[in-house]
Every structure is written in structure tokens, then in C-alpha cells.
Design a protein around this ligand. Structure first.
Ligand code: ADP
Ligand code: MG
Length: 308
């Protein structure tokens, strides 16, 4: 009696198992993508080959189903595809278009380093730039720079010194140039200079000063935003700004500026008087020579866009 019972259960298990197996085979082979794949590769695969790879086809179909239902797979962002390799079928996982787009966006973002700038500046685009008459010259120079630089990135190209009152869009234009250069594969560091000055002062004694300085000195393209917006110590002028500009001049590295002061005001007022009120015209002249070597001055007028 016992023996009969045992073999019956075995039979039932076998039956159950083969039922499940048949279901699995059916699920795999009925999938339209699998059907198309097998049709395309029928010269490479015998029926026997297909049956030996049936678990791969099943894996392919179940992953697809999971994705269709919005479930997380073991490799998020990757799509399963089928391939033939030595009479076997393999599931190959390829990055989805969304994943590739996300990666490309991350690479693009990483090319523009913004320090202490409003996040919205990441969106600044040259195509969106308002080209009213007065701004035209600066805008044309910006386009000229990006084209020239992309053509011959090893050559020295003079940057722009954008001068104009508060809110006319100086920072916006710098950011738009940086974002355009990023699309072409070039790296820019755009820094709000007064904030940087505070940071670097704070770094003294933490052994970080050199590192901070090096980052700006050696940036492939550097933009110093809002020069002249704060009171300037002799140390920041000579040992920070002066050192950065000296290096960039020697190495002929593109450098941009924005300021609410003209070249003349910068030389005769801002740079010439230190924060103790002492006049230092020669020091100012030395800095100005470097700025003038690195950039051409453009005057931007227009309405204040911050409080329209
Ligand atoms: P500035 O640096 O001259 O003080 P901003 O570049 O900060 O001025 O511009 C002031 C505001 O106007 C910002 O909010 C900026 O995003 C916006 N803005 C400036 N130019 C444009 C533009 N061409 N298109 C859209 N918004 C702009
Ligand atoms: Mg600004």
C-alpha cells in the first residue's frame, strides 16, 4: 500500500512540476518580442537550442513584465534584450534612453561648477537671452567667444568684463556662456567672488587656503562674478585676486568678470583704496593690467530684471 501511495505522490509532483514547466515554456514562447527574436535568428538556433535556453527567455519575459507594471528590477534603468551566443540565448541588459539621458545631464551639470550662485543660473541659456539694442554688443561678444573657443580651445581667447548696474543680467549672461560651453564639452567655474572671498578668509588656519586658490587659478575657464561688490582687503586683492589673475595671464586661461563698476572705477576707487582707507594706486594698477589682459570691457544697460 505504502509503495503505491509514494509513487502516486511522486507522479503527482512530477505532473505538477511538468505543468509548471509547460506554463513557463508557454509564457516565454508566446511573448511577441521573443517570437520576433526567434524568427530573426532561426538560422542560428535549432529547436533544441531554444529549449536549452528556455530559462533565459523566461527571465527576459518576466523582467519585461515587472517593468511594465512599474516594479523595481534588479538593475534599474537597464532594459533586457536578447542575444545569441554560441547556440545559446543570453539576456543582455542595456541602459535605457532615460538612463543615458540622465547620465548625459549629470555630465553636463558637472562641467559647470557654480560656487555661491543662485540655482536658477543652471537654466540660463544664450538662446533665451534678451537682445535689446544696448545689450547686443556683449551678447555678440559672448557668441563670438564660445565659437572661437570651441574652434581653438588651446589658443588664448580674451574673456568678457561685463559692467552694468544691479539686475541687468550680467550673472545671467555669464551663466549662459558657461552652460553653452558645457554643451560643447568644456568646463567652467563660475564663482560669486565676494562669497568666495569670505570662504577663503575662513579657510585660513584649516590648511585649505591653497586648495581653494588652486581651484580657481587652474579652472579651464573662470568667471568671477560681482567683483567690486564688497569691501576689499589688501590680502584678498594682492594674495588672492592678484595671484589668480597672474597665473591665468601667464597660462593664458580664459577669464570673465562681472561688476557694477567700470574699469575706471575699479582702478581709481575700488582697487586703489584698501579697507583701512589707505591709497595704493600702484597695487591697483598691477591688478588692472591683468584684468585688461584677460578681458574686454562691455557696458550693459537695461531695466532691473529683479524688480520689474
Ligand atoms: P545682475 O547679475 O546684472 O545683477 P542677474 O543676472 O542676476 O543680474 O539678473 C537679474 C534677474 O533677471 C535674475 O533673476 C535673472 O535670472 C533674470 N534674467 C537676467 N537676464 C535674463 C534673461 N535674458 N532671460 C531671463 N531672465 C533673465
Ligand atoms: Mg550678478
Amino acid at each position: 500500500m505504502e509503495d503505491i501511495g509514494k509513487s502516486l505522490t511522486e507522479q503527482m509532483q512530477r505532473h505538477n512540476w511538468s505543468k509548471r514547466y509547460n506554463e513557463l515554456v508557454e509564457t516565454a514562447l508566446n511573448d511577441p518580442d521573443v517570437k520576433r527574436f526567434l524568427a530573426e535568428n532561426k538560422h542560428l538556433l535549432t529547436k533544441d537550442d531554444v529549449m536549452k535556453s528556455i530559462s533565459k527567455l523566461y527571465e527576459y519575459v518576466t523582467i519585461k513584465q515587472k517593468m511594465a507594471q512599474g516594479e523595481q528590477t534588479f538593475a534599474p534603468g537597464y532594459l533586457p534584450t536578447l542575444a545569441v551566443s554560441k547556440h545559446r540565448i543570453e539576456v543582455v541588459y542595456v541602459p535605457s534612453e532615460q538612463l543615458l539621458a540622465k547620465r548625459a545631464k549629470q555630465e553636463l551639470d558637472a562641467r559647470v561648477k557654480m560656487i555661491a550662485l543662485p540655482k536658477s543660473m543652471r537654466q540660463a541659456q544664450l538662446v533665451d537671452y534678451d537682445r535689446s539694442e544696448e545689450r547686443n554688443e556683449a551678447f555678440r561678444a559672448a557668441l563670438q567667444f564660445t565659437n572661437d573657443y570651441a574652434k581653438e580651445p588651446k589658443k588664448f581667447h580674451k574673456g568678457l568684463y561685463l559692467e552694468g548696474s544691479f539686475g541687468v543680467g550680467k550673472t545671467y549672461l555669464l551663466a549662459a556662456i558657461a552652460n553653452d560651453l558645457a554643451k560643447r564639452g568644456y568646463k567652467t567655474t563660475l564663482v560669486h567672488f565676494p562669497s568666495f572671498a569670505v570662504d577663503i578668509k575662513g579657510s585660513i588656519g584649516q590648511n585649505k587656503t591653497t586648495e581653494y586658490l588652486e581651484r580657481l587659478k587652474k579652472a579651464p575657464i573662470l568667471m568671477l562674478d560681482d567683483i567690486g561688490a564688497d569691501s576689499l582687503s589688501s590680502w584678498i586683492r594682492d594674495d588672492v585676486l592678484g595671484v589668480i589673475l597672474q597665473y591665468r595671464m601667464q597660462e593664458e586661461l580664459p577669464t570673465f568678470f562681472s561688476s557694477n563698476l567700470s574699469f575706471e572705477q575699479l582702478e581709481n576707487e575700488y582697487l586703489a583704496i584698501n579697507n583701512r582707507g589707505e591709497a595704493e594706486p600702484l597695487k591697483a594698477l598691477r591688478i588692472m593690467e591683468r584684468i585688461k589682459f584677460l578681458a574686454d570691457e562691455y557696458h550693459i544697460v537695461g531695466k532691473n530684471r529683479r524688480n520689474p
